[in-house]
Design a protein around this ligand. Sequence first.
Ligand SMILES: Nc1ncnc2c1ncn2[C@@H]1O[C@H](COP(=O)(O)OP(=O)(O)OP(=O)(O)O)[C@@H](O)[C@H]1O
Length: 346
Amino acid sequence: MIRVESLALCFGKFSLRDVGFQVAPGEFFALMGPTGSGKTLILESIAGLVEHAQGSIRVAGQEVGGLPPERRNVSLVYQDNALFPHLSVLENVTYGQRYHGIAKDEGRHMALALLERLGLTRVAGRLPVNLSGGEKQRVSLARALACKPDVVLLDEPLSSLDPQFRDDLRAALKDLHRHSGLTFLMVTHDFVDALTLADRAAVIREGRLEQVGTVGDVFRKPATAFVAGFVGMKNIFSVEGQGECRLGGDLRFEVPGASVSGHVALRPEDVFVSFTDHAAPGWLSLPGTLMGVRHEGFSWFAEVSCGDSRFTAALDRQFPEQGRLEPGRPVRLTFARVSLHFMPDA
Ligand SMILES: Nc1ncnc2c1ncn2[C@@H]1O[C@H](COP(=O)(O)OP(=O)(O)OP(=O)(O)O)[C@@H](O)[C@H]1O
């Protein structure tokens, strides 16, 4: 439904190079990457707001590269929603329909159905100034779908919302995608959004795609150390051939399947901290020193030094020995060999 091949463009010092990916009909695809990596430029190239220098963009089987935005049948939703301030919610939603050849009655009927689905019926007559941030963003979604687009492009639609609205809108977006059967391409920094909503994802770094795959693969089997860090692996160490990771001093461990140099990554949830050595077949156990415990939101992490390296382990909130986790304590780190993910150098 969306097919981008060898896309390239330049803006001053920034360039997109050899960008290629496909989004299948009805799929929810997430484009992730750090700030300034080129995510919005890819969306804007597909929407026709930015001209690309090379490559091909096909939407619903048609090459759209030379077409103006209004002939691409693509809707783009930005994070700041940009509603018309002088039009009511219903008027905002129906506004663009006439340019897509949708008859007035049919358009109104569709708009009211979308407003109902998004829980906006009671605010249909209000002006945007009298809506909450979450409601404004729902109106933007309704407006995007009301034009019967072939694809919906979403540029960080959740990022300007506070956490409660964000959770609600995430659920609304999921419901809307399922119900509409449309193809969604969403840009996000946030891997919780990608994990919750998307079927497949791509990670971009400095204008080049580092990985395209199922969300599960991107999160569990990142292709590069950069992607591993981006998806929160936290424990990333270099492996210098011989299938071994050296942590400094006498500490080292074997990395299954590593016959060349590269990196090994381990999710913090797969590393366990304890005070005794529980090594079992298929598991590795290393001695370390607890450096501290910190929390991110409701999650707790132990930082443990092992030789010259530092590990991060997610702590179960029920960890029975929380009170004994004072810095400087000797601990054991345990992880299953199968949790180690090896990434060869390119
Ligand atoms: N119209 C423009 N003129 C010049 N440079 C631009 C233009 N639009 C974007 N850029 C530059 O291109 C790079 C990529 O921008 P883009 O907005 O695609 O990043 P992004 O990944 O979407 O970032 P963010 O997550 O912060 O929105 C940035 O360095 C940006 O400054």
